[in-house]
Design a protein around this ligand. Structure first.
Ligand SMILES: [Zn+2]
Length: 238
């Protein structure tokens, strides 16, 4: 379908590199492979993103030659999406917490400088609904995750400047799968522990090689409760 709104030029540049320099499966080095460019429209900017993709070079490893993408890419946007996850969280909060209509949401986004077509707001709301209703990756994906042999989890809390809830998203970094997305009014240690347990339900036999998050206290405690002894990598998303 033809695009009806032209995307404005990028207003910001961002280079994302991999936090892990060692393969989460075999422990060998992840070598730089290539750069990948994508443009993502967030609530505040049109971001030209350069992704530095790496690869495991151990032929005996299950991840051999498979691209290992920067862990923070999924925090920015879903795969193949041109709008950021923050826009999706904002639209979901506007619709379900503030009870704004789609035309109101479109007007507000346009008013704050986001170039977006009305029907895209509709599509992104559908994506939000799909995200929060997914209990866990479909059985086929789950089988793939078991086969993968290791999980690397990334946990992000998106707090839109709308509504009072935080949209928590738990991703599996190696596959790029979203394991769970849930909007929570309270984000205490126990709430987040429940979230983490629900995210890996059915995957308990697959070892978790690492957890990546921005490291806020309640989340650090929840990770320690649910995944004791698993390295927890902290990173700030700017
Ligand atoms: Zn490897």
């Amino acid at each position: 379908m033809a695009r009806i709104t032209l995307r404005p030029p990028a207003t910001q540049e961002l280079v994302l590199s991999c936090l892990n320099r060692c393969c989460p499966v075999c422990g060998g080095p992840l070598w730089f492979a290539y750069e990948n460019d994508r443009t993502v429209t967030t609530l505040d900017a049109v971001v030209a993103v350069t992704l530095q993709v790496r690869r495991c070079v151990n032929p005996a490893c299950a991840l051999y030659h498979r691209p290992y993408r920067p862990e923070l890419e999924g925090r920015l946007a879903l795969p193949h999406h041109e709008f950021g996850l923050d826009v999706i969280a904002w639209i979901g909060a506007g619709r379900y917490q503030e009870h704004d209509s789609l035309p109101e949401l479109h007007r507000e986004l346009t008013g704050r400088g986001v170039v977006i077509a009305a029907r895209t707001v509709d599509h992104l709301l559908a994506r939000y609904e799909e995200l929060v209703s997914v209990a866990l990756a479909a059985p086929a994906r789950r089988a793939g995750l078991c086969q993968q042999g290791r999980l690397v989890l990334a946990v992000d809390g998106l707090q839109p400047d709308k509504g009072h809830e935080v949209l928590w998203v738990v991703r599996e970094v190696l596959s790029g799968d979203i394991l769970l997305a849930r909007s929570l009014l309270a984000s205490g240690r126990d709430d987040l522990s429940d979230l983490l347990r629900a995210a890996v339900a059915g995957l308990e036999e697959v070892p978790v090689a690492g957890v990546i998050s921005d490291g806020q206290l309640a989340l650090r405690q929840a990770v320690a409760d649910v995944f004791p002894d698993v390295p927890h990598q902290l990173c700030q998303f700017h």
